[in-house]
Design a protein around this ligand. Structure first.
Ligand code: NI
Length: 210
């Protein structure tokens, strides 16, 4: 067993690196030189997100096409996560509850995805058991190792496995802890870091949907 202090330091370092990367992408790379008569591409936000192909916890194939026409909250984590993931999923569920309470329009055009970074344990069946702990509008997505890695790469999500005893199912995953908000055009709109409350997430969505 890794000492918990070491684990906390590694998680802190990984989170810091992810945040630094995000800030860098948000700030954008140095401005590109416009081609003659061309336009300058925004390099910042455009680099979070991209194509993926996964199965939801009901067994339906879900790709980046599912983002179109919706505001989508996306969080990467794993069902066996002892602390961080359940808190963030409760935050997302809480935000969806707050928006639902706004009235009949509350949840229309909104969805949320929990994408596992631990597909070995988080099968469709395992996520079918896990997701009802949170919110009916929150879908759990999984896939093959390659499919999950491709999705994590598209969203600049870091993850790494800590195995105490190789070959057992008893292991922890470190992973980025960021909730992404993608717009109805499928592109990155905003992110919420650790400590964001349900109220803050709901407020951002209300503001954007005005
Ligand atoms: Ni977690």
């Amino acid at each position: 067993m890794l000492s918990s202090t070491l684990r906390i330091w590694i998680i802190a370092l990984a989170s810091l690196m992810a945040l630094a990367a995000l800030v860098w992408w948000r700030a954008g790379a140095p401005p590109a030189t416009p081609m003659s008569g061309g336009t300058v591409r925004e390099s910042g936000a455009a680099s979070i997100g991209g194509s993926f192909s996964l199965l939801d916890h009901r067994g339906q194939r879900v790709s980046e096409q599912a983002l179109l026409g919706h505001f989508t909250l996306i969080y990467f984590g794993y069902a066996s996560c002892p602390d961080v993931c359940p808190v963030e999923l409760q935050n997302i569920g809480g935000a969806l509850d707050l928006l639902a309470a706004d009235g009949p329009q509350g949840l229309s055009g909104l969805q949320a995805f929990f994408i596992t970074i631990d597909p070995a344990r988080d099968t469709v069946a395992a996520l079918a058991d896990y997701m009802p702990n949170f919110h009916p509008s929150l879908a759990g997505l999984t896939g093959t190792e390659q499919e999950v890695s491709a999705a994590a790469k598209a969203y600049r999500v870091y993850f790494s496995k800590f195995e105490d005893t190789p070959g057992t199912e008893n292991y922890l995953m470190d992973h980025s802890n960021i909730i992404y908000l993608m717009g109805p055009d499928g592109k990155f709109l905003a992110h919420f870091g650790h400590g964001t409350t349900s109220e803050q997430i709901a407020a951002k969505l209300r503001e954007l949907r005005k």
